[in-house]
Every structure is written in structure tokens, then in C-alpha cells.
Design a protein around this ligand. Structure first.
Ligand code: FES
Ligand code: FES
Length: 163
């Protein structure tokens, strides 16, 4: 057994798990944070992406015990004060989802991407960085549009705040 201690969406959590428990299992089964999805068993789909210490990571590729001590953010931690995150709003406004299964992973990948690239994010970069996230429904076009729109909005807001 392994002891896992994490900060998840700002809350300190801990648990004793079998050594083989994946981070995604710990989030879904121990913490009931089922917004993080499992879409494959080959680490290809990206439905399980969360932020670990600010970086987008497929939570099926890591043991819960390996993540111990980290700060994790899941899709449940993105909206603040009852308002959707700008990336969530943009997916809604630009029809970036259909069945929604890939959406939590897409949105977590997108938010990390926007934070990393700031105002430099362009379509080619979005498409290249979404390589690890599979969507069976949308054809990706509206997802890319949504991410670029959110990036523009977030960078505009950051610029205004800095002025
Ligand atoms: Fe498919 Fe993690 S569940 S990449
Ligand atoms: Fe259905 Fe992406 S919206 S898999």
C-alpha cells in the first residue's frame, strides 16, 4: 500500500491506495472527481488530462503515489465563483463539443497551452499541441476556434490588468 497526499483543486486530500493505483483512478474512485475521463487503456486519448503543478499531464500515465506531494487541478476546479472559466465559455460559444466525452481533457490541455504560450498561440501550435487529445465527434475545427478565442480573451484581459 502507498500513502498519497495531494492538493486537489485547492483542497488537501490523502488516502492509502494499492501501489498500482493510477492517478486517474484515485481522482475518480477515491475522490469522486469523475469529470476526469478514461477513454482508452493505451494513453492515447487525452480524456484524462489534468494539471499537475501547472502542467497538463495524462493522469492515466502516472501512479497516484508518484503524484504525491503535487498540486492537481481537475476540470471541477476550473470554474470560479459560479462562473465558467473563459475556455469553458469559449467551448460553449464556438460549439467545441458534441458528446462531451473528450471535453474535460481538451479544456485542461487548452488552459495549460494558453498559460504556456500567452499571446503567441496560433492555429498551427494549437493543432500540434492537441495531438495527444482525440475527439471522435467534432472534427477539431471548432475546438481550435474555441481555444484561439479563449486565448485572445484571456490575453486581452491580462493586458488590461497589467496596464
Ligand atoms: Fe486515454 Fe488517459 S485515458 S490517455
Ligand atoms: Fe465527442 Fe469529442 S465531443 S469525443
Amino acid at each position: 500500500m502507498a500513502k498519497v497526499e495531494l492538493t486537489v483543486n485547492g483542497r488537501r486530500v490523502s488516502g492509502d491506495v494499492e501501489d498500482r493505483t493510477l492517478l486517474v483512478q484515485f481522482l475518480r474512485e477515491n475522490l469522486n472527481l469523475t469529470g476526469t475521463h478514461v477513454g482508452c487503456d493505451t494513453s492515447q486519448c487525452g480524456a484524462c488530462v489534468v494539471h499537475i503543478d501547472g502542467k497538463a499531464v495524462k493522469s492515466c500515465t502516472m501512479l497516484a503515489a508518484q503524484a504525491s506531494g503535487s498540486e492537481i487541478k481537475t476540470i471541477e476546479g476550473l470554474a470560479a465563483g459560479g462562473a465558467l472559466h473563459p475556455v469553458q465559455e469559449a467551448f460553449k460559444a464556438h460549439h467545441g463539443l458534441q458528446c462531451g466525452f473528450c471535453t474535460p481533457g481538451m479544456i485542461m490541455a487548452a488552459t495549460a497551452m494558453i498559460e504556456e504560450h500567452g499571446g503567441q498561440l496560433d492555429e498551427a501550435t494549437v493543432r500540434a499541441e492537441l495531438e495527444g487529445n482525440i475527439c471522435r465527434c467534432t472534427g477539431y475545427h471548432n475546438i481550435v476556434k474555441a481555444i484561439l478565442a479563449a486565448a485572445e480573451q484571456m490575453n486581452g484581459a491580462a493586458k488590461v490588468a497589467a496596464e
